[in-house]
Design a protein around this ligand. Sequence first.
Ligand code: ZN
Length: 91
Amino acid sequence: MATKMFFSSQNCKGATSGVTGREYNADSKGFIHVEDSRDVKAFKDGGYVIASGVGSLAATRQHFLCEPCSWDAVINSCPKCGSQDLARVDK
Ligand SMILES: [Zn+2]
């Protein structure tokens, strides 16, 4: 099963692993689906965060809060109102 990961930037279009040379393209929500555990480790070292399950904010170390509409988002981009000026919340 692929590991879902994301980078803390809404401009992530994908990544190429320096370990296996595999290319991963970000899906429409900005997630990459990493199939090799060696790549998961490499991307983690590179600043990627594992998203274990859609909407599972408790599994991430931090998330973003959209103050205008009180929406919790995993990246600095609100899916509800489109704001990209969210407050970072550290757990
Ligand atoms: Zn919002």
